[in-house]
Design a binder for this molecule. Structure first.
Ligand code: SAM
Length: 286
């Protein structure tokens, strides 16, 4: 069996050529001339079997890219999504507008560390004095994020901002002296309503439920409770001026803007994702 034949065989069993390619690249490496050993064929077939049984591709590969970083993943953390890459883009534009001398940023609910670690690498040259905080309520997620931080620090050497991980409920575990000094709070909190969970695709339901499902907001909007909590807590921690950028579901956008204004944010709007659906809630305090 050569590489091309192995890809065809796996593609036929998976019904997805791109997934077969990912698996073969993982097992054989990217070099098309690498000899295909029996051990590699066995390994690729085992990964394909796990995929057929419903395991997400990203978990069985064990890593996945997010913007500038390659993140190790396991089933304790959400698989980083392209929508979130775009939310980071919106956050970067907000930071540009704020232009702080020494930015302090918080990624609330960091999961694999995706947002925090991409910011730490992307901002290091422009803001060498900046600092990034990353929180999560899940100790298992923080273990994955810390391992990713070690890898990123190793790969990016001097050009990465310091990242500090904090266990706790959104922003509550941050050192008290940071109160009122955070320029940007960024979060991709759970925002799937409990009623939607059973209807999600099988492989999505292999991701941690507590990373995806949230209670309803105080106004009854399905799945909005965590977005609302992050918004409420952020008012205590943001500097003036400062901005919260929070990912949400398109159908929550209008309600979230109303809530943010009622909480006292001076400006609230929702930016679209790459599919032009409302996705990134931007809330500023002056
Ligand atoms: C949708 S995932 C986002 C993970 C990562 N930021 C990303 O974009 O890939 C939500 C994260 O919030 C965390 N989380 C849930 N409830 C939390 C809470 N009360 N306080 C802090 N983090 C929480 C989950 O453990 C999970 O890692």
């Amino acid at each position: 069996v050569n590489r091309r034949e192995l890809i065809s065989e796996l593609a036929a069993t998976l019904g997805a050529t791109h997934e077969a390619r990912f698996i073969c690249d993982e097992v054989l490496g990217p070099d098309a001339n690498t000899p295909v050993t029996d051990a590699a064929i066995r390994c690729a077939r085992e990964l394909a079997a796990r995929r057929r049984s419903g395991e997400p591709l990203q978990y069985l590969l064990g890593h996945w890219p997010f913007r500038t970083v390659d993140l190790q993943l396991n089933s304790h953390v959400l698989i980083p999504r392209p929508e979130t890459e775009q939310v980071v883009e919106v956050a970067l534009a907000e930071l540009q507008r704020l232009a702080p001398a020494k930015p302090s940023l918080v990624d609330a609910g960091t999961g694999s560390g995706a947002i925090a670690l991409s910011l730490a690498t992307e901002l290091a040259v422009k803001y060498p004095n900046g600092e990034v905080w990353a929180t999560d309520a899940s100790p298992e997620a923080l273990t994955v994020a810390a391992a990713n931080w070690d890898r990123v620090r190793h790969h990016h050497a001097a050009t990465v901002l310091p990242v500090t991980f904090v266990a706790g409920n959104w922003l509550k575990g941050l050192p008290p002296e940071l109160r009122g000094s955070i320029d940007l709070v960024i979060a991709n909190p759970p925002y799937v309503a409990a009623a939607e969970w059973p209807e999600l695709a099988d492989d999505v339901r292999r991701e941690p439920r507590q990373a995806l499902v949230a209670a309803d907001g105080s106004d009854g909007t399905p799945g909005l409770a965590d977005v609302e909590t992050v918004l409420t807590q952020a008012l205590d921690w943001l500097s003036r001026p400062g901005t919260a950028v929070i990912e949400l579901a398109p159908q929550q956008a209008e309600a979230a803007v109303v809530l943010a204004r009622a909480m006292g944010y001076d400006h609230a709007r929702v930016e679209p994702d790459l599919a032009q659906r409302p996705r990134a809630l931007v809330c500023r305090v002056q």
